[in-house]
Design a protein around this ligand. Structure first.
Ligand SMILES: Cc1ncc(COP(=O)(O)O)c(C=O)c1O
Length: 416
């Protein structure tokens, strides 16, 4: 950070501190990952200087030849990676990718239906105070109270009752496989569009360890920065017939200029995801999640749905401590260098501020090279801290062990 240090020591110090924080703590937030050094390098290039409104070959500014090359490569790779007819790689985030799909396919006031937010859905699938909940007529489906899973006959009944214009399949906090084929059949039965928002599981899909939505969905949106291990941002994939509407919804519909440095980084991440090693990585994420889940279960913690099929799990804290909230538990763990997030669990009597659940995910620890044996160690530390009720001595002891342990698993930015 030498060059930043000279002009802005305050920001340089904060960046250095963040590198150290990431290097010395264990990232169990299911939506986070560590990008490769090449992806990181692309983000810090002069590409950020360039305005490139429009699409490759059809820009509103001169001097876009190199940006055209980069965006074309990114589009081609996105299409090849996901087997899609069309890709738009300009959305600045997963939320804006969803906004663009709604704009492309629906009129304000149209009916959308997604998974309940408090059962694991996302804000942009119709939360009341999100644009999606304000501009569209929203209804939701949820998980079954007993199994805590999406039971597709119940989803079908809910969709038949509401007859939305667009059905949304996808979640932020659901530890099980999503049956895109069944969602496709339901959408076909009611004659509605299907959006598969695979933000969390995109890396698992392209890595071949989660079923693919592509044959069933009219639109697929994803973030790039979760299991896909790219830079922050979103993309949209769609059937050919929606290509023009999607491109227009992104620009000029809801964005001005794209972020060329981020598009270059996305292109590199897609290239990485096309390599055979990525399949191995995706399988390792799932194996680690299963190992962490099994170890937590063995310590007596209840997991929502009893386990995981993907990269994440939700711990029901009440199972070992009726008073313990996700807010307090995640705070204790963070003090010991284990980073997670509080999360609602289905039919949670608590609010989003405290919650009965903790969400853990394994994309980042898998990137650092941790394997199932290390997951058992993480579960032991988590159990030690939570069952000690955040005892300060225990936190200090685990924090020391975590810092030592992290030295064996450098983050990619440290490996250079
Ligand atoms: C299912 C789903 N969709 C969309 C998003 C939004 O992504 P972003 O935070 O980039 O707007 C997320 C992020 O957590 C998500 O989980």
């Amino acid at each position: 950070m030498g060059i930043i240090e000279k002009v802005d020591p305050q920001i340089a110090a904060a960046i250095d501190a963040e590198v150290a924080r990431q290097a010395h703590t264990i990232e169990l937030i299911a939506s986070e990952n560590h990008v490769s050094a090449p992806v990181l390098a692309a983000l810090g290039t002069v590409l950020t200087d360039k305005y490139a409104e429009g699409s490759p070959g059809r820009r509103y500014y001169r001097g876009c030849d190199n940006i055209d090359t980069i965006e074309r490569l990114c589009i081609d790779r996105a299409k090849a990676l996901f087997g899609a007819d069309h890709a738009n790689v300009q959305p600045h985030s997963g939320t804006s990718a969803n906004l663009a799909v709604y704009m492309a396919a629906l009129k304000p006031g149209a009916k959308i239906m997604g998974m309940r937010l408090d059962h694991g859905g996302h804000l942009s699938h119709g939360m009341k105070i999100n644009f999606s909940g304000m501009w569209y007529a929203v209804s939701h489906y949820g998980v079954d109270r007993q199994s805590e899973r999406l039971e597709m006959d119940q989803v079908r009944q809910a969709v038949l009752a509401e007859r939305p214009d667009m059905l949304i399949a996808g979640a932020s906090a659901y530890p099980r496989t999503i049956d895109f084929a069944a969602f496709g059949r339901i959408a076909q039965e009611v004659g509605c569009l299907l959006l598969a928002d695979v933000a969390h599981i995109a890396g698992l899909i392209v890595g071949g360890v989660h079923p693919h939505p592509m044959p069933y969905a009219d639109f697929v949106t994803t973030t790039n920065h979760k299991t896909l291990r790219g830079p922050r941002g979103g993309i949209i994939l769609c059937r050919k017939q929606f290509a023009k509407a999607v491109d227009q919804a992104v620009f000029p519909g809801m964005q001005g200029g794209p972020l060329p440095h981020v598009i270059a980084a996305k292109a590199i991440a897609f290239h990485e995801a096309m390599q055979p090693e990525f399949k191995w990585y995706a399988a390792a994420i799932v194996a680690n999640a299963k190992a962490l889940a099994d170890a937590l279960l063995a310590h007596g913690w209840r997991l929502v749905t009893g386990g995981t099929d993907n990269h994440m799990m939700l711990v029901d804290l009440r199972s070992r401590d009726p008073e313990l909230t996700g807010d307090v538990a995640s705070g204790w763990l963070a003090e010991a260098g284990i980073i997670s997030n509080k999360n609602m669990i289905p039919f949670d009597p608590r609010t989003t501020k405290d919650t009965s659940g903790l969400r853990f995910g394994t994309p980042a620890v898998t990137t650092r090279g941790m394997r199932p044996d290390q997951m058992a160690q993480l579960a032991q530390w988590i159990d030690d801290i939570l069952t000690s009720h955040g005892n300060q001595e225990m936190i200090t002891k685990v924090a020391g062990a975590v810092e030592e342990f992290c030295r064996e698993f450098p983050i990619p930015a440290q490996r250079g």
